[in-house]
Design a protein around this ligand. Structure first.
Ligand SMILES: [Zn+2]
Length: 305
């Protein structure tokens, strides 16, 4: 495993999964043009909170982004189960559009119960998508994440981890090849730092993408407190009060609330690295060198018989 493409790191030969923490800043132009990433989360508000700054950065730098939501989010929204499924689905489309994702895939596994699903079914569905979209990079839960209590998170993370390399192996779900797809491994991985104590080796400067992150979070109304600002504003109005921070309309109130109260993790993480806002990830790069040492040796030393 070798590290590539980190600006300012000429000697990029250290293992990508080392404990060394690398701060990643914006890159000029569109160095990732032609590359594809898939962000795979379980619930409406996972990517918005854990990785929307990174997603906005990668899209601005030329990546095409797709988002996959594995659960149906039926437990959140404060209404009936069916109404919750619909409102989360609608919020999810709006959130994905706000961040600039090209397409949305919803798997609709039952929320909170994903440790009881057919695991191979989930992995196979992900492998189909990774091959179909030719996904180079995945963004998801850390499959070995310390303190992860939500089964939807760890089941999704493990299936993504396994599917990302199995997608490159022609004998896994070989019927995909009959359908015209090609093996295609997703060799770069960014795992969320979703719970206290989870490992990270990348700190991503998201300072210039923070408005996009706010855009994503305010769409998380069924869960994720995206509409908390307007709710507080309405509550205060009923008491004959107003909070100047929240402005004069619901949209301003939601945005101001997110910016002031819901970005604390990113602000704290940024402060430690002299940045305004930062997200953390455990990054793995499994792109091998173009030529192995064995290939180089054979090329150089093979002689005519
Ligand atoms: Zn979640």
């Amino acid at each position: 495993m070798y590290r590539h493409g980190i600006p300012g790191l000429a000697a990029a030969a250290a293992p990508a999964d080392s404990a060394e923490v690398v701060v990643v800043k914006d890159e000029r132009g569109q160095p990732h043009r032609g590359k594809v990433f898939a962000a795979v989360h379980a619930h409406l508000d996972d990517v918005p909170y854990y990785a929307s700054g990174l997603c906005a950065k990668l899209i601005r730098e030329g990546y095409t982004g797709y988002i996959v939501r594995t659960s149906n989010d039926e437990k959140y929204g404060g209404r009936s189960t069916a109404q919750n499924i619909l409102s989360n689905e609608e919020d999810h489309f709006r959130m994905a559009a706000a961040l600039g994702f090209k397409d949305v895939f919803d798997f609709y596994y039952q929320n909170h119960d994903m440790d009881g699903i057919s695991y191979i079914d989930l992995r196979g569905r992900l492998i189909l998508i990774f091959r179909m979209l030719k996904v180079d990079t995945i963004i998801s839960f850390n499959p070995w994440g310390h303190g992860e209590e939500d089964p939807d998170h760890w089941v999704t993370g493990r299936a993504v981890e396994e599917g990302s390399w199995m997608a490159g192996m022609p004998n896994d779900f070989h019927e995909h090849m009959e359908a015209g797809l090609q093996p295609h491994a997703a060799s770069e991985r960014y795992y969320f730092c979703a719970r206290p104590g989870q490992a990270f080796n990348r700190v991503v400067d998201i300072g210039s993408h923070i408005d996009k992150k706010v855009d994503a979070i305010v769409e998380c109304k069924s869960q994720g407190n995206g509409n908390r600002g307007s709710l507080v504003r309405a509550q205060l109005a009923r008491q004959g009060k107003r909070l100047p921070l929240l402005g004069n309309d619901d949209r301003s109130a939601d945005r101001a609330y997110v910016r002031q109260f819901l970005l604390e993790n990113d602000r704290e993480c940024g402060k430690r690295h002299k940045l305004e806002f930062a997200e953390r990830f455990y990054y793995i790069d499994q792109r091998g060198p173009a030529k192995s040492k064995a290939d180089e040796y054979i090329e150089k030393n093979a002689v005519r018989i």
